[in-house]
Ligand binder design. Structure first.
Ligand code: G3I
Length: 387
């Protein structure tokens, strides 16, 4: 069936009857998910949608697991907000992507303004990672271990970790993470990898540094904060994803949104947005080791964009009243068109089943089946021990 026909079909039925996570699973992805935050429950229709596993099978906390939220004072850990989100995921039988451990932003001032030596920073990082990951042990399918460590020109972003440890902080972070929870998938996560090949290559460099140290790294998360009119083509996006899968890694879109400028949006910009969402989701479907897609909130009333990019907005799949937009229909259609065409991620469910246990995930084993990989890619890199 042609995609245009499918799009017409999806558009002709009430759009909410198309269910993103259910469609994504049928298309062989592990999940379609969303970022969630403490403010969500103040908007009843939005909150109801966010708890509907047929649409969203995975959560990422927008802020609750960051350093300033979890260790605001040295050695004093707090998890109330993050626990609430994880418990919601457990109650809904959803997968958790956990976010994030080593990041220059949303650091408490005791870290960002501290004066650190190699040894003291190593100890601070180890304490933070082992406590936070230890608290959520076996509840996170994946962790964004290092976040946004690159400038857009591909050089390393200056931050307290780089300052104290040089580029050895990458492998150290992953080493501490692997020790804290050996069963979770460990990701490097960044934005604009989709736009700037030089930055995408910077992430390749980081991956190779970690692998060369004999430390596990399992995936690269592409945040995909995109702008209408600037989103790369589906084939360019696929090419970028394959930079990482060819290193033996999984990939995921971790914070997807496509902002519109100028506002107000109109039918033409909303249609353009729908096509660009379709290209992004399509590129994930094109890559056997693309695990899933997470949107950074799904309603225009809840997006971070207007505050950070004044004059831009309307970046989500649902409008300010939680009504589906053309982008919701195009994403549903492209997912529906892939139904049954990919090897599914594992035969066992990978959602959380109780507060204390996770159904074992065999997904990567299935996903690395050589048959499914393009010939130019290599299979899994065997990483056995921690340095
Ligand atoms: O907690 C304070 C609160 O005490 C204060 O009253 C209020 C006043 O503005 O600010 C609150 O902090 C805000 C925080 O979110 C928690 O709500 C910050 O101002 C605000 O800047 C912060 O924004 C977050 C942003 O990361 C910071 O970089 C967004 O909510 C969050 O969605 C966003 O998420 C990031 C990902 O983690 C990484 N990739 C980019 C993405 C978007 O920026």
């Amino acid at each position: 069936m042609k995609i245009a026909t499918l799009a017409a079909l999806v558009a002709s039925v009430p759009a909410v009857s198309a269910q993103l996570h259910a469609l994504a699973k049928n298309a062989g992805l592990l999940y379609f998910g969303t970022a969630v935050g403490p403010g969500d429950s103040r908007d009843a229709p939005y909150y109801a949608l966010s708890n509907d596993i047929k649409n969203f099978g995975q959560y990422t906390p927008d802020n609750a697991q960051k350093w300033d939220a979890t260790e605001p004072q040295r050695g004093r850990f707090q998890y109330t907000q993050a626990d609430a989100i994880v418990n919601r995921a457990i109650a809904n039988k959803m997968i958790m992507r956990c976010h994030t451990l080593v990041w220059y932003s949303q650091l408490p001032s005791w870290v960002s303004s501290g004066s650190w030596t190699k040894d003291t920073m190593t100890s601070v990082m180890q304490t933070h990672i082992s406590n936070v990951m230890g608290h959520f042990k076996s509840k996170c399918y994946a962790w964004d271990v290092v976040n946004e460590a690159l400038e857009d020109n591909g050089t390393y972003r200056n931050n307290p970790f780089l300052k104290a440890l040089g580029d050895s902080y990458f492998a150290l972070s992953f080493k501490f993470a692997a020790a804290a929870d050996p069963d979770t998938k460990l990701y490097y996560n960044d934005y604009n990898l989709e736009y700037f090949p030089v930055k995408a290559d910077g992430a390749v460099r980081i991956v190779k540094l970690v692998q060369a140290a004999g430390v596990p790294i399992h995936g690269v998360g592409l945040q995909a904060h995109m702008t209408v009119g600037r989103t790369p083509s589906r084939s360019n996006l696929t090419w970028t994803l394959e930079k990482y899968t060819s290193l033996g890694l999984d990939v995921a879109y971790t914070e997807l949104d496509v902002r519109i400028k100028p506002l107000p949006s109109n039918s033409s910009s909303l249609q353009a947005q729908a096509k660009e969402y379709e290209a992004i989701v399509g590129s994930c479907l094109d890559v056997p080791r693309c695990v899933g897609i997470t949107v950074w909130g799904f309603g225009d009333a809840h997006s971070w964009i207007p505050q950070t990019f004044p004059g831009a907005g309307d970046s989500c799949l649902f409008d300010k009243n939680s009504k589906p937009k053309p982008a919701f229909s195009s994403v549903s259609a492209i997912l529906a068109s892939a139904s049954g065409k990919r090897v599914p991620w594992g035969s066992k469910p990978t959602s959380l089943v109780s507060a204390t246990s996770v159904v074992a995930t065999s997904a990567p084993v299935v996903q690395t089946t050589v048959v499914m990989l393009p010939s130019k890619t290599s299979t899994k890199v065997a990483v056995t021990s921690v340095a």
